[in-house]
Design a binder for this molecule. Structure first.
Ligand code: HEC
Ligand code: HEC
Ligand code: HEC
Ligand code: HEC
Ligand code: HEC
Length: 272
């Protein structure tokens, strides 16, 4: 009688544990609820556990945008949440413009694309664990939730990251070249903006559009340099800026030629 009750209990315990209702006491304090969770729930629960991570996120580029909370990179469940966030797809949906495009044309992007099935995505984003850098390897390195590549961290951080895979000398050359490229681009932008400013009376949507193009093409040079994409540097970047300058010069000289005729009461550009 007693024996059969004991046996019943044993099988009940066994059944309960199969359904996960009896938890191994060693794990019980840290059983991770599977989700799904809302972004607010993620933040609330993780603020206590990972205060540094949440601080970085709040000060970083993503917290300000209501659409890019925790779930946009991690998904809304715990299962595979790290693996998901480490893959390029987690960024590409929002950064498919020049940011994503420049990277996918770079050697890094091409290697990761070809290597995706062979890479072990359980590995943290640390030195020696990846063959080529993914978006998050560079920008959210080793659990960083800000932007590891932000200029405010200084060049040392970036150079340290690159030199996990390249020789320090190669990395220094890349950065020196990148700096030169950006200086040249800045000179072009400055010249264009000064020309536009010289036609200050000109209320033209065309000039505003030309100014926006300058800024967009300057950003392409930045992506060419930052993402090692020759296409963005040498096609969508520097030559596009040269084209902008030609168009701005034409538009401004057209304005100076026509202005005195079309608007007899306005100052002519020579007057000061
Ligand atoms: C009720 C509390 C709670 C909520 C809500 C919660 N988490 Fe967690 N999370 C935990 C605990 C506990 C762990 C395991 C211990 C740890 O790593 O801090 C964990 C671990 C993680 C990990 C690390 C997983 C790993 O394999 O190392 C990630 C990533 C994560 N959570 C993201 C999220 C995201 C994204 C959300 C919202 C969709 C979320 N969490 C919601 C409690 C929570
Ligand atoms: C822009 C994408 C992105 C966003 C947004 C993001 N994460 Fe992450 N998170 C990552 C990546 C990538 C990793 C993996 C880091 C690694 O492997 O070194 C990670 C890792 C983690 C980990 C594991 C950290 C560790 O040291 O093991 C936790 C916990 C986590 N994230 C929670 C959150 C929470 C909570 C939020 C929202 C406040 C959030 N993440 C928002 C990309 C993101
Ligand atoms: C849900 C959309 C979304 C996802 C997913 C997302 N981002 Fe963003 N990201 C944004 C928005 C919005 C901004 C702020 C506006 C901007 O600069 O484009 C931003 C800003 C950034 C910036 C800073 C840009 C600057 O001008 O300072 C970087 C770097 C960045 N994201 C990298 C990533 C990486 C890497 C991932 C994947 C791990 C990722 N993002 C995933 C929407 C997203
Ligand atoms: C090899 C490292 C590396 C990889 C891989 C990488 N980035 Fe970048 N990224 C950079 C650097 C360096 C910059 C230039 C930062 C600067 O000077 O402002 C940059 C710039 C950016 C910016 C603009 C930031 C700004 O200040 O305007 C965004 C957005 C961005 N990256 C997103 C991405 C996304 C999305 C991916 C993947 C599709 C990616 N990055 C892959 C290193 C990398
Ligand atoms: C996780 C390893 C890794 C990191 C980190 C990394 N790279 Fe690379 N990089 C590679 C690999 C692998 C290649 C392809 C090498 C080849 O072509 O043989 C490559 C190629 C390149 C190329 C193209 C070379 C060519 O022949 O066209 C440049 C430029 C470059 N990396 C610069 C950088 C810079 C700058 C950084 C830091 C912002 C960086 N890399 C970070 C692994 C890495």
């Amino acid at each position: 009688m007693l024996w059969s009750v004991f046996n019943k209990m044993r099988s009940t315990i066994w059944m309960l544990s199969i359904f996960g209702l009896v938890v191994n006491p060693a794990l019980s304090e840290e059983t991770i609820a599977p989700g799904p969770f809302t972004d607010t729930e993620c933040v609330n629960c993780h603020t206590e556990r990972n205060p540094k991570l949440i601080r970085q996120w709040r000060q970083g580029p993503h917290a300000a945008d209501p659409g890019s909370g925790c779930g946009s990179c991690h998904g809304d469940r715990h299962k595979d949440s790290n693996e998901k966030a480490r893959k390029d797809q987690s960024c590409a949906s929002c950064h498919e413009g020049p940011a994503g495009h420049s990277y996918s044309l770079s050697k890094h992007g091409v290697i990761n694309h070809l290597n995706e099935d062979r890479q072990d995505w359980n590995q943290p984003l640390q030195r020696g664990k990846y063959r080529a850098p993914t978006c998050s390897y560079c920008h959210l390195h080793n659990g960083d939730h800000g932007n590891t590549m932000a200029p405010s961290h200084g060049p040392e951080v970036r150079q340290w990251i690159c030199s996990g895979c390249h020789s320090p000398r190669y990395v220094r050359e890349q950065f020196a070249n990148g700096k030169r490229q950006l200086e040249i681009a800045d000179l072009k932008v400055k010249e264009g903006e000064e020309l536009i400013a010289s036609a200050v009376d000109m209320q033209s949507g065309a000039l505003t559009e030309l100014k926006q193009r300058l800024i967009r093409h300057r950003r392409n040079v930045l992506f060419g340099v930052g993402h090692q994409s020759p296409d963005h540097q040498w096609w969508h970047g520097q030559p596009a800026l040269d084209g902008d300058l030609i168009r701005i010069r034409e538009a401004v000289s057209e304005f100076h030629r026509k202005a005195p005729l079309e608007r007899p009461f306005s100052r002519s550009p020579g007057d000061n």
